[in-house]
Design a protein around this ligand. Structure first.
Ligand SMILES: Cc1ncc(COP(=O)(O)OP(=O)(O)O)c(N)n1
Ligand SMILES: Cc1ncsc1CCOP(=O)(O)O
Ligand SMILES: [Mg+2]
Length: 205
């Protein structure tokens, strides 16, 4: 499956929730129009089971499922790809394990030069952030709008923005060069279908 050129990138937050609740919330986000899902779970109880069910759901909606941090889990369940940060291994190793069709995204924080390097190394998208205060990851380092502008001028792969993004602050990120908005709390601390629709309206204006 292909990574979309733009849209809403939903990221799970399953901690403390039952599997049926996670699935229902994710399905609501997909109904609302999320175009990519990332399984991010820092304290998994049964990662293979939950991620396999998420994959089934994503297949129904024809949306790619990426696995955060874990190339081997992506391989085991047949996910569409992975998201790798600075401590999660390198792209080339992941590419060798997952193959040429896999979607591999990388975190570039506030560093547009790193993003150019990652693009050259085979990344399918790059992510910058956090742009706003994030309740999910309060210690994430800040990133500036100027980083998105520089990235837009120098990259041909999709640019993802992350961190504290809400329907009423996401527009400025798109205006600065982001192609996708990656969201946890703004979707899953809200009613996910309605929230997803609100994010999608930003792409039409
Ligand atoms: C789309 C997207 N962008 C950034 C991140 C953050 O990745 P990382 O820095 O490895 O931090 P953790 O998510 O692993 O805590 C992401 N997961 N997804
Ligand atoms: C994983 C991650 N990386 C930087 S901020 C963040 C959390 C994003 O979650 P939220 O949308 O709730 O701020
Ligand atoms: Mg990571």
């Amino acid at each position: 499956m292909k990574f979309p050129a733009q849209g809403l990138y939903a990221i799970t937050q399953p901690e403390g929730k039952s599997i049926p609740t996670v699935l229902a919330e994710v399905e609501a986000a997909l109904r609302g129009g999320a175009g990519v899902l990332q399984y991010r779970d820092k304290n998994p109880l049964d990662a293979v089971d939950l991620s396999s069910r998420l994959l089934q759901l994503c297949r129904q909606y024809q949306v790619p499922l990426l696995i955060n941090d874990n190339v081997e889990l992506a391989l085991v369940i047949g996910a569409d790809g992975v998201h790798l940060g600075k401590d999660d291994g390198d792209i080339q190793q992941a590419r060798l394990r997952l193959g040429s069709q896999a979607i591999i995204g990388t975190s570039c924080y506030n560093d547009p030069a790193k993003a150019v390097h990652m693009q050259t190394g085979g990344a399918d998208y790059v992510a910058f952030g956090r742009f706003f205060t994030s309740g999910t990851k309060p210690l994430a380092a800040p990133a500036q709008l100027e980083t998105l502008r520089q990235a837009k001028a120098n990259l041909h792969i999709p640019i993802v923005a992350i961190g504290g993004i809400l329907p009423d602050n996401g527009g400025q990120l798109l205006a600065a060069g982001a192609d996708l908005l990656a969201v946890i709390g703004g979707l899953f601390d809200a009613e996910p279908e309605t929230a997803a629709q609100a994010y999608l309206s930003l792409f039409k204006s």
